[in-house]
Design a binder for this molecule. Structure first.
Ligand SMILES: [Zn+2]
Length: 449
């Protein structure tokens, strides 16, 4: 316990500049201990909504849920109720899937209470993240839905998937039923919706495609997001925004193909941990995984597109090793709750060899790299390899595309150009199709459920 008297002098001067604090009944010690808030941020998304409180010292918080109506109460120790914290109220957006509104107040001396009025029941995760990158201490409140969205059911519910379901009904149905069996709650909601949609769109349905063996599912992974902006260009462009914009263009092109469908690991500006990206791809039994990024280097003259695959035995160059380390740090910057790491996935990744996956990934990577060469100069004319965490699905050929250098002012400008992003997306899709033309997809075998 700190000696109360030691803080009196500093506390008095702090109290003089913060008369409101004393009004709320804080003791002198608490005033001296109060953490200064650097920023509050809210990241609403369908997967989960996140609230971040960034301070100059670590915060201690406790939380509990209240029913009727659903609320999440978070008590934070040693935090002064200031203008930045009150701003949190206005930062909650009307379209937040989980938070209706938040109320902020001094609960008792030295304790600020946040009350989140919820739109639906949530599973909250409240955790601290140590200072990293440009961030100081972060208290993170993640509000996950009590009934999580299943990426497979979400993809099947997308308009357009039903028409394709007609092209390959046996495969799709067996998959959907498999998912329903493991997700009984999702089944009761999804089945009637699908029936309605099929009826609504009956007149738009294309005839069944002759010769289509089965639907090809491509997982597209826009790098970074939310708390993790990725690299930032001199003009202020964030890698996370460029990555999402290009991934959305690739998705539109893939969904327009009669025998292909795409799944985005994130479709909004929020953080997705690297292992969750891999899990989402495996959940939809993706045939390919394509992670989309924009490169950065310490000097502004580095330029060009590059493509990476996983390596089981060291990186193919020191630059590739450095880049993989940088990309793997996304979890630190984005902020993951280390207490809920998925041990099951970790075990799968340890047990299964990735030799065949890497061999296929290199074929896919070469096809995509070849097409990118028609749009941009290549940074390296062969696919590089390193230990990228996001490429570790043992059963899915996976590549990471660095579309261009966001740290190069000329390439940053091009990455902000819509037609250039179209060209990049065209090249990635051409590469994917070129790969499948040479390596037709086999019948699916479920490796691990
Ligand atoms: Zn990146």
């Amino acid at each position: 316990m700190p000696d109360r008297r030691r803080f009196v002098k500093g506390a008095l001067s702090a109290a003089a500049t913060h008369p409101l604090v004393l009004l709320f009944g804080a003791t002198l010690t608490e005033v001296a201990h109060a953490s200064a808030i650097v920023a509050v941020r809210v990241w609403p998304a369908q997967d989960y909504s996140r609230v971040t409180i960034e301070t100059d010292r670590a915060l201690e918080a406790s939380s509990f849920l209240v029913d009727n109506p659903d609320r999440l109460v978070v008590d934070i120790q040693g935090l002064a109720l200031d203008g930045t914290l009150k701003d949190l109220v206005s930062k909650v957006q009307p379209n937040d899937p989980y938070i209706a509104q938040v109320r902020v107040g001094q609960n008792r001396p030295g304790v600020v209470r946040l009350v989140f009025d919820l739109k639906t029941r949530v599973n909250p995760q409240v955790f601290n993240v140590a200072p990293v990158g440009n961030y100081k201490y972060r208290l993170v409140l993640d509000l996950y839905p009590a009934q999580p969205t299943d990426p497979l059911m979400a993809m099947l519910d997308e308009p357009g998937t039903q028409q394709k379901g007609e092209a390959a009904p046996a495969h799709l149905e067996s998959e959907a039923n498999g998912a329903a069996a493991s997700q009984p709650q999702g089944d009761s909601h999804a089945a009637p919706q699908k029936a309605e949609r099929s009826a609504d769109h009956a007149d738009e349905m294309k005839p069944a495609q002759a010769g289509v063996a089965r639907l090809i599912t491509v997982a597209l992974d826009p790098g970074h997001g939310g708390e993790d902006p990725g690299a930032t260009g001199a003009a202020g462009t964030h890698e996370k925004d460029v990555a999402l914009a290009i991934a959305e263009r690739v998705r539109a092109r893939i969904d327009a193909e009669p025998n292909m469908r795409a799944m985005l690991t994130r479709d909004d500006d929020y953080f997705v941990p690297l292992n969750v990206r891999v899990q989402k791809a495996r959940r939809v039994q993706a045939d390919l995984f394509v992670s989309i990024h924009a490169d950065a280097f310490v000097t502004p003259d580095a330029r060009g597109s590059s493509v990476f695959a996983l390596s089981e035995s060291g990186a193919s160059s020191s630059a590739a090793r450095w880049l993989a380390q940088n990309e793997n740090d996304a979890d630190l910057i984005g902020g993951v709750n280390i207490h809920t790491r998925d041990v099951q996935l970790a075990r799968v990744l340890l047990d299964l060899s990735t030799t065949a996956q890497i061999s296929d990934s290199l074929k896919l990577g070469n096809a995509v790299l070849h097409e990118l060469g028609g749009v941009n100069r290549l940074h390296k004319d062969s696919v590089e390899q390193a230990g990228f965490a996001v490429l570790k699905a043992p059963d899915i050929p996976s590549i990471l595309v660095e579309t261009a250098f966001i740290s190069n002012p000329d390439e940053e400008r091009r990455l902000n150009d819509d037609s250039y992003k179209d060209h990049l997306a065209d090249a990635i899709v051409k590469g994917i199709k070129r790969y499948f033309a040479k390596n037709p997809p086999l019948a699916k075998t479920r490796l691990v459920s």
